[in-house]
Design a protein around this ligand. Sequence first.
Ligand SMILES: [Zn+2]
Length: 108
Amino acid sequence: MDIMGKLHVRKDDKVQILAGKDKGKTGKVVTSFPKVGKVLVDGINMATKHKKPRKQGESGGIVKVAMPLAASKVMFVCPHCGKPTRVGRRKLNDGKSTRYCKKCGIEA
Ligand SMILES: [Zn+2]
C-alpha cells in the first residue's frame, strides 16, 4: 500500500500519540526513519540516560532524550482542522502524490 516504505507522517508534522506512556500527547515530528518505520517526536518517549563525566572535575548527570517510536503509534494531526486524522493520498498528473486530510479534505 505504501510506496517505498513511506510513512504517513514526516518531519515537522504534528502528531498525536496513540499508545504507550505518552498516549494522548501531541508533539512535532523531528525525524522520521521510514526504513524502520519509526519517528522521533519532540518531547515524546523520553528516556533517561545517565551521562558519564567526560573529564575529571565534570559532573555526570541524568539527561532526558527523546527516543524514536513506532510510526504506527502516532496519528497525524491536521494543521487545518486540528483533528487527529488519517491521511489520504492523491496521485498528481506528474506522478507525485499529495497528502490530504480525510476529515476536512484539505491538502496537508
Ligand atoms: Zn483536516
